[in-house]
Every structure is written in structure tokens, then in C-alpha cells.
Write a protein that binds this ligand. Structure first.
Ligand SMILES: CC(=O)N[C@H]1[C@@H](OP(=O)(O)OP(=O)(O)OC[C@H]2O[C@@H](n3ccc(=O)[nH]c3=O)[C@H](O)[C@@H]2O)O[C@H](CO)[C@@H](O)[C@@H]1O
Ligand SMILES: C=C(OP(=O)(O)O)C(=O)O
Length: 477
């Protein structure tokens, strides 16, 4: 089982570069399916598991894609399939974003229900409502959705019951090649929506109002491949800002866009952290001690739900009690139980968590229950006394490029130990890991060697694995 091992207590210092935004590049690569001619060249594409998944999805549909040096080139002039299979779509919710482009391009689609982080039920009713309003005939069954739009999709007036990011993107893409004008009311306003609209407009679409609550899309007959650079990842940037603050550090987050991080900056400043907007980034200087602060997650421009768990790590070490209200997803406090293993005192009632500050965090074996929870546990580990081991890294790899390497470059005592490293090492052993039920269910890692033997013989989730100590010491940096 791969793990990140962090020993807390080091102040982070230096510069860290932010990669392209996961939540922008995924819809943009889905939208590249709309280009009936020309190549799409997408720049600043981060090497993430989710990016490799969407690449597989569009290739399965017939697009030709090549990826080298943060640049993805896509040619989608000939699509061969309108079916997005379970094997890829289950891995990642954003795969569902190919539905709009396929409906617009091919007039039909068969797509598996999406997966993604288990942070809530995450229905897709608003996506489907939009497509139906545009004339699609939709049937559901056996975990698949089939939609047909004989002839062309028609422009429609669509009101979203919730300002869904995914529904806004999916409808915007479909509407770009529909007949007539579509209006999305109560549209999501996230920067990633604006990036997608800019990309589509460069391809020849006619979209106005992206970034506001009302988006108008005049359908066009064809879209052409273009070159586009993805915006920097505001959640990755925010995570490094928290890492700097929680360690008492001084870090320049290169590429971070202040306008995209308004509520995160405001809350950090309320806590006493100094943030300075400089050319091409944000400088974050920790305070000697930080004040507690209440946070309520909301759609953009509110405080992002994707930063809630990382912020909670910081609240744990600030003075006083903080209240966190999660309004976007109904099951996004799974990290709380993991924080508790690190001596955190947090009480959850419904959608509210009461976080006791001034916690003396202690290193522990913890598991990333979702993508951002993994980042939050790493942040907590940076401030904890002793050693923290974070497993469940397949979640983290969906959204962070080499988070351990980047933090190590800032001075953190952190290393990632890969499964293969552990298995290849000499026989001398020490007990390292105890699996929790959550970890067992969450992990898709296939156990090998000693771990496989344990896996076959013991299913009570309390097994111990024999892991060679020599190799771990050798890989520590
Ligand atoms: C790949 C991507 O960009 N993921 C982001 C996107 O997810 P995603 O696009 O899935 O999130 P949405 O904005 O759609 O979801 C927001 C809320 O709306 C609800 N809902 C959504 C669609 C729908 O048809 N019906 C419905 O009820 C959801 O259950 C949730 O409670 O926005 C989320 C909210 O900022 C982020 O946490 C995710 O990181
Ligand atoms: C929840 C997230 O991603 P997804 O919507 O892809 O599950 C996230 O990026 O934090």
C-alpha cells in the first residue's frame, strides 16, 4: 500500500508552482470532442490520474490524444462511439461531462452513471433536466443513461435548481452546437466555468455571461480545434497556502490568482495570516499564533467546499473554537474521524462541525477518505508531533501532482513510499499499518506479496502487515 509519511515541525519556506486546474482541464478535454475539424492543443495540463482517465474516455469515443510535457493534443474529427463505458466513468464523476458534447455531436449517447469522491449523493438530475429541455429523449436503466436527440438539440431556457458546476458545464457544451439560443439561469459562476467558456468561444462558440448567474449560448454549426492554456488550480494553491500557515512558514505560491481565492484569502487574513499579492502569485506569511474563524462553504464566490477539510486542519491549531458549516455536500466531514486519530477535538452535528482549536496534533496512521481529505491530513501531519502516515493515496493522486515532492522542496520532512518499494526490500520487518474499514473499502490497490497473503487469510480489517523497515529508511529524504 503506497503511503505518504510526514514528520511534523518544519517551517515551510520557498516557492511552489501551482499546476493547471483539475476542475478546468477535465471539462475542457471533454469539450475538445466538439471540434469537428482541427487539432485542440491544451497547455498546462497537470499529470493527474483524473486527466489520464478523461484521456482514456475520449480515446474510447474515437478521439486521438497525445500527452507530453503538460500539453495534450486532441483530434476529434472522427468519433467512433457514443458509449462512455462503466470502466472509466465509474472512476471519476467528471467523465459524465462527455454527455453534452456527445449529444450535440452525435445526437445520441449511452453513458454509465458517474463515480467520484463519496462526499454526497451527487445526483445528475439538473444535467438531465437541461438536456430534456433541449429536446433529448432520456431513459435510465441498469446503471446507464441513454439519450437521443434526433435531428439537432434545440436551444432552451433552463433554470437550475442548484447552481451546479457540472450541469452548467454539460449544458453549456451541448448548447454550443444546438439550434437556437439557450439560457442557463442560476448558472454556476466558478472560474472553471469561465475557462471552459473562453475555450469554447475560441473554438467558435457564442457564449456570453459565463461567470455570472445567467449564461446565454447561441448555437453554432461547427467548432474548430484551438490552442488553450488552462487556468492555475485554485484548490491546489489554497492547499499550499494552508500548508504554509500551519507550519509557521513563509511561502510564495507561484501562479495563484488572488481573484479566484477571495474567500480563502479573507479567512486566512481573519486568522492573522499575512497574504501579499505579488507579480504572478501570492506570498503567505504565517502568524505567530492564529485566531479561530467560522467558515461556511458555498458555491463560488463563497468559500469552496474543496478547501473545507484543509481549512479545518488549520482551525485545529488556531486559538479558540471554530464552526464549520458544509452546505454544498451532505457527507463531507469524513476527514473528522481521521483528524480525531491525531488527537483532534471536533464535534459534528449534521452539516456543522465544531472544531476545538489549540489542539496538540499527534502523528498517527490515517487514511484519505477523499481527495481533499487526503490533502488536509497531510497538512495536519506537517504540524503534528511525530510521524503521520497517510494512505488512500489513490484519492490524492486524482488531484495533486507530486504533493509530497512539492512540500519536501519547501523543507517539509515528507516522503512517499510506493507499494513496490516496500515489497522489493529485504526480509527484515517491522509492523507499520493497520487498516480501517474505510480504508479497506476505499482502496483499489491490489495487495501483493505479504500483504496479499494477509488479505486472503484475514478479513476482519485488523490485520497487520509486514513491511521492510530497511527500504523505508533508505527512501526517506
Ligand atoms: C470535476 C469538478 O469540477 N468537480 C467539482 C464540481 O463537482 P460537481 O460539478 O459534481 O458539483 P456540483 O456543483 O454539480 O454539485 C453541487 C451540489 O449540487 C448538487 N447537484 C448537482 C448536480 C445535479 O444535477 N443535482 C444536484 O442536486 C450536488 O449533489 C451538490 O450538492 O463542483 C463541486 C462544487 O464546487 C466541487 O466540489 C468539485 O470539485
Ligand atoms: C470533489 C472533487 O472532485 P470530483 O468532483 O471530481 O469528485 C474535488 O476536486 O475536490
Amino acid at each position: 500500500m503506497s503511503k505518504i509519511i510526514v514528520r511534523g515541525g518544519r517551517k515551510l519556506k520557498g516557492t511552489v508552482r501551482v499546476h493547471g486546474a483539475k476542475n478546468a482541464v477535465l471539462p475542457i478535454l471533454a469539450a475538445s470532442l466538439l471540434a469537428t475539424e482541427g487539432e485542440s492543443v491544451i497547455c498546462d495540463v497537470p499529470l493527474l490520474d483524473d486527466v489520464l482517465t478523461i484521456k482514456q474516455v475520449i480515446e474510447t469515443l474515437g478521439a486521438k490524444a497525445s500527452y507530453e510535457g503538460e500539453k495534450m493534443t486532441v483530434s476529434a474529427s472522427e468519433l467512433i462511439s457514443c458509449e462512455a463505458p462503466y470502466e472509466w466513468v465509474r472512476k471519476m464523476r467528471a467523465s459524465f461531462l462527455v454527455m453534452g458534447p456527445l449529444l450535440a455531436r452525435l445526437g445520441r449517447v449511452r453513458i454509465s452513471l458517474p463515480g467520484g469522491c463519496a462526499i454526497g449523493t451527487r445526483p445528475i438530475d439538473q444535467h438531465l433536466k437541461g438536456f430534456e429541455a433541449m429536446g433529448a429523449d432520456i431513459t435510465l436503466g441498469n446503471g446507464f443513461i441513454e439519450a437521443k436527440a434526433p435531428g439537432k438539440l434545440r436551444g432552451a431556457k433552463i433554470y437550475l435548481d442548484v447552481a451546479s458546476v457540472g450541469a452548467t458545464e454539460n449544458i453549456m457544451m451541448a448548447a454550443s452546437m444546438a439550434e437556437g439560443t439557450t439560457t442557463i439561469d442560476n448558472a454556476a459562476k466558478e472560474p472553471e466555468i469561465v475557462d471552459l467558456a473562453n475555450y469554447l468561444n475560441a473554438m467558435g462558440a457564442k457564449i456570453r455571461g459565463a461567470g455570472t448567474g445567467v449564461i446565454r449560448i447561441e448555437g453554432v454549426d461547427k467548432l474548430t480545434g484551438v490552442t488553450h492554456s488552462v487556468i492555475p488550480d485554485r484548490v491546489e494553491a489554497g492547499t499550499f497556502m494552508i500548508a504554509a500557515a500551519i507550519t509557521g512558514g513563509d511561502v510564495f505560491v507561484e501562479g495563484a490568482i488572488g481573484d479566484h481565492l477571495g474567500p480563502v484569502i479573507a479567512k486566512l487574513q481573519e486568522m492573522g495570516v499575512r497574504i501579499t499579492e505579488e507579480d504572478n502569485g501570492l506570498r503567505v506569511q504565517a502568524a505567530a499564533s492564529m485566531r479561530s474563524v467560522d467558515v461556511k462553504t458555498l458555491p463560488y464566490p463563497g468559500f469552496p467546499t474543496d478547501m473545507q477539510s484543509q481549512m479545518m486542519a488549520l482551525q485545529l491549531v488556531s486559538e479558540g473554537t471554530s464552526v464549520v458549516t458544509e452546505t454544498v455536500f451532505e457527507n463531507r466531514f469524513m476527514h473528522v474521524e481521521e483528524f480525531k486519530k491525531m488527537n483532534a477535538h471536533i464535534k459534528v452535528e449534521g452539516r456543522t462541525a465544531v472544531v476545538s482549536g489549540s489542539s496538540k496534533l499527534l502523528g498517527a496512521k490515517v487514511c484519505a477518505t477523499d481527495l481533499r481529505a487526503g490533502a488536509a491530513l497531510i497538512c495536519a501531519g506537517l504540524a503534528a508531533e511525530g510521524e503521520t502516515e497517510v494512505t488512500g493515496l489513490h484519492h490524492v493522486d486524482r488531484g495533486y501532482v507530486d504533493i509530497a515532492g512539492k512540500l519536501a522542496a519547501l523543507g517539509a520532512d515528507i516522503v512517499r513510499v510506493e507499494e513496490e518499494d516496500i515489497e522489493e526490500a529485504p526480509v527484515e520487518t517491522v509492523t507499520l499499518a493497520t487498516m480501517s474499514p474505510a480504508e479497506e473499502h476505499a482502496s483499489e490497490d491490489v495487495p501483493v506479496g505479504a500483504a496479499a497473503a494477509a488479505s486472503e487469510s484475514d478479513h476482519n480489517y485488523k490485520r497487520e502487515k509486514e513491511v521492510p523497515v530497511a527500504k523505508i529508511q533508505a527512501t526517506w529524504v
